[in-house]
Design a protein around this ligand. Structure first.
Ligand code: ADQ
Length: 472
């Protein structure tokens, strides 16, 4: 078995359960192959302390059979690569928010510099047979940088966020450079068929790519395989958390506290892609249109702090606080607060209890690669008396979770109506929908995702020798 090398912006210690499903799944494969996990240490070194842009020390640490190798970043690199380009250009554009993108030319230089730094630090760690799996938008050009240094290993890439249609992608000044960089990979994986279609339309129209069949495409004198690999969760792990003492305790506390109420739950990172203001407007509409919910329906919305140094995130925070305040002010009673909003991260062990107490989950992003909260909510339910998932049609998960109540989050009235249907749904229909959804979630869990991606990568044709990768 070849050794697996995982590269992602951040590295998680696979021994810590708080790391979550993805880390657990990757840890399993990494453990089996005695693998290496490489990424940014999370540390920013101020230039005054001696770290220049494009430089950063390497730290190696053993986590059981897995080696964790991390690199520090200088302040300048961090600000340009992480804040400026990854989260100031790629995140908004890939989520269709051109209005929030800042195409400052300096950022792309930093993005490229850090990818080159990663390649320089990773290259000496590689063995000839290693299979390399690179994750997400921070590291699109990494394979091209490795190839330019002579790396001939099999390299796969998985994009966790959506890929927009060609015309939106083309708004990025360096879009052709980015898309060409993808051809340094042997396999490129997306979350959904929709994202895959956007990619193939782009490469056909902009790069005259040739369709070789079976997911293989040829352009820039290179061949890659592209496919949709919808990410799942570790169902057993999450069911275990639900049944654990902390999960049960949280559930009981929520049940006791809200015994006279119908509980709705929302759990997100505070991000403009998650559609939080739209969700609150729909909840307000629900209270206005269907007055039987007054003094009853209660929305617990948890929005964990995220990327607060990026400008657009401050605006969404203020908007959310004002919407919650006005709903509580207009509809609240002495003994009933319609919205309980918390701007903090909830410990992973407590989430299943909260989900299980919810009659309805509101997962209504304006755009989302997949959205794992939707899947976690369903796993945490009591199959004999399950809650209902209201899911945005713009989440990648909507391609799979057809039995959820799918909504357009921009349509406030229709979303309010769907929430009302969810609150009123008879037991038998709830059970049937939950059963069908669980079958999908079990079939396509995170272990399936990992092995499907890695098996497909192993089957890609050995890279053509003799065609050196031309520098980007
Ligand atoms: P995220 O945008 O972070 O991930 P999501 O898939 O919803 O989104 O959540 C990932 C994990 O974070 C889940 O396990 C969830 O429980 C946890 N989480 C979210 N909000 C939380 C909160 N307030 N408190 C505690 N935990 C919270 C990106 C893409 C997604 C894609 C994932 C995985 O944006 O579309 O599904 O990667 O590929």
């Amino acid at each position: 078995m070849s050794r697996l090398v995982v590269v992602s912006n951040r590295v998680a210690d696979p021994r810590k359960t708080a790391a979550g499903g993805l880390a657990v799944a990757l840890a399993e494969v990494l453990n089996k192959s005695g693998g290496l996990w490489f990424g940014w240490s999370g540390k920013v070194i101020e230039t005054a302390e001696g770290s220049a842009p494009g430089e950063g020390g390497l730290h190696r640490q053993q986590a059981g059979p897995v080696t964790l190798a991390t690199v520090d970043l200088s302040r300048e690199d961090h600000d340009a690569y992480y804040l400026g380009y990854s989260n100031g250009v790629l995140w908004p554009v890939f989520h269709y928010r051109l209005d929030l993108a800042n195409f400052d030319a300096g950022h792309i230089a930093g993005y490229r510099r850090v990818n080159q730094l990663f390649a320089r630090r990773l290259m000496p760690q590689l063995l000839p047979d290693d299979v390399i799996w690179i994750h997400d938008y921070h590291l699109i050009p990494l394979a091209a940088e490795l190839r330019a240094m002579g790396c001939t290993n099999r390299i796969g890439f998985f994009l966790h966020i959506p890929l927009p249609p060609p015309l939106i992608l083309a708004a990025i000044p360096a879009h052709d450079w980015l898309m060409r960089a993808l051809f340094a990979y042997d396999l490129v994986g997306f979350q959904s068929e929709a994202d895959l279609t956007h990619f193939t339309r782009y490469i056909q129209s902009e790069a005259h790519a040739e369709d070789l069949g079976q997911g293989r495409w040829r352009a820039f004198s290179r061949t890659l395989t592209a496919g949709a690999f919808p990410i799942g969760i570790d169902v057993e792990e999450f069911a275990g958390l639900t049944a654990a003492p902390e999960g049960r305790d949280m559930y009981q506390r929520m049940r006791d506290e809200y015994s006279r109420r119908k509980l709705l739950v929302g759990v997100d990172r505070l991000d403009y892609s998650k559609g939080l203001p739209q969700r609150l407007r729909a909840f307000r509409e629900l209270l206005q249109r269907y007055p039987e919910n007054n003094n009853s329906a209660t929305l617990i919305q948890i929005a964990s702090p995220s990327r607060e140094t990026v400008h657009a995130y401050g605006d969404i925070l203020r908007e959310l606080e004002s919407l919650c305040g006005s709903i509580n002010g207009d509809f609240g009673e002495l003994d009933w607060m319609p919205v309980r909003y918390m701007h903090r991260t909830v410990a992973r062990k407590k989430l299943p209890g909260l989900y299980r107490a919810g009659r309805v989950a509101l997962v209504t992003p304006l755009r989302d690669g997949m959205n794992l909260v939707a899947k976690e909510f369903l796993v945490a339910q009591d199959p004999a008396d399950p809650g209902v998932l209201v899911l945005s049609r713009f989440a990648g998960a909507a391609e799979q979770l057809k039995e959820a109540l799918l909504v357009n989050p921009y349509d406030t009235e229709a979303t309010a109506h769907a929430i009302q249907l969810a609150l009123q749904m008879p037991l038998e229909e709830r059970r049937n929908r939950h059963q069908a959804l669980m079958a999908t979630i079990r079939r396509h869990d995170v272990h399936w995702w990992c092995s499907e991606f890695l098996d497909t990568l192993a089957e890609t044709q050995a890279r053509e020798s003799g065609t050196p990768w031309l520098r980007l």
